[in-house]
Structures are given as C-alpha cells and as structure tokens.
Design a protein around this ligand. Sequence first.
Ligand code: DC
Length: 224
Amino acid sequence: MINKYVPVITIDGPSASGKGTICKIVSKILGWNILSSGLIYRSFAFFLKKNKIETCVYQNYDLLIKYLNIFIYRGLFFYFLKDSNILNQIYTSEIGNIASRLSVHYLVRKLLLPYHYFFKIPPGLVADGRDMGTVVFPDANIKIFIDSNINIRVKRRMLQLQKNNIYVSFSRLKYVMKDRDNRDCNRFHAPLFCSSDMFAIDSTLLSVEQVIDNVMQYVYKKLY
Ligand code: DC
C-alpha cells in the first residue's frame, strides 16, 4: 500500500499555528496531494457524536475500539470525506477537542494509521498534523514544524470562528486551546514535538506569505 518512491513533506504543529493553511498553499504550488491528518481523527469523533455515544465511552477502551471497528468496517471515513455538509460539521472546536481526547489511545492511532497512506500517491504528498514527521512518515524528504505564540494563535482562531458567526471570549478560547495543546504534546503515544530533523518556523511575527517564502526556499534547496 505504501509507495516508497512518492516524495513527502510533513508539516507538524499545534492548533491554529497556520500549518493547515501552509500545507494547502505548498501542495498547490507543487501540485502534490494533501492530507490534513486531523480529519481522520475528527471523522471518528464526528461518528461518535452523531450516534450520541456518551463521552464516558472515551475512557472505556474496549467499547471505544468496538465503535472504531464499526466506523472502519462501514468505510465511514471515505463516506464522510465525500460529503461537504459533513466536512463543515467536522471542523468545529467541539469535534477537535473530542478528536484530541480520542487520539491519546494507542489502538485508536494504530487502527487509523493505514488511512494516512491512501493519500501518498504520485506526484507527492504534503501532510499536516501532530505526528506526521515523527511516526506516520518518519522517512519524509522534508519535515517542517510550525509554531507561534499562544496569544497569536488564539486571535487567529477567534477570527476564523467569527467568520462563521461564532463568538467566544479570548480567555475561554485560550483555556480550551491550551488544554488541547497540553494533551497533544504530553500524551504517551505519538506526542507533538519538534524533532531534531525538522525545520522549525516561528510564525508569530510572520505573514502567511513570509512563512511560505521560508518554507519554499527550504523545500527547493532540499528537493532539487
Ligand atoms: O489538526 P486538527 O485540529 O484537525 O486535529 C484535531 C485533533 O486530532 C488534534 O487535537 C489531535 C488529533 N490529531 C492527532 O492526534 N494526530 C494528528 N496527526 C492529527 C490530529
């Protein structure tokens, strides 16, 4: 299933670091495929919420894996991907938080891992997430880590939410985002961190164009 000769660029970082936007633009410039790996965890979270499965199940490992197997055997990930109505509902902070809580479990990560490789098809892949360069594509040609100051990330997320007519206070959002960052960075399996082979970018004081300039210079230097 894994095509070894397809080049991969990984972009890891915390929520609202801008990695999703950068991933989209880089994949467009290169004409490569894109994987926003959070979507895989979010789809499973959406499935649980849609089926009104109580949040206490997230701690009941056996039951959680039973539901994950149902999700997988029904091919729901690919079904969700095709439905733009569902995609809109998947990109909410509630689903993001559920996804973060589910993704701490080893078997959840292991059973969802093969889905990442469906996206690794010619001419190349740009993948963003938390463990793209460390666990999923450890042999990636280029590994990038994007981070920025928490206050800037909260402001960015607030603006995104406001565009969808969702209004939350700065302090509440900061609390929720810090909680998610802590969980994603401190979990035992596949935590988010900047490994020594990653090109680290602090986007706090940079515009999207400046980040893209940095990334593309690095990409062209490494690839060609
Ligand atoms: O990138 P995102 O906000 O769509 O991700 C939602 C959650 O999914 C994130 O908080 C943790 C989990 N996730 C993960 O554990 N590993 C990834 N590679 C991507 C996302």
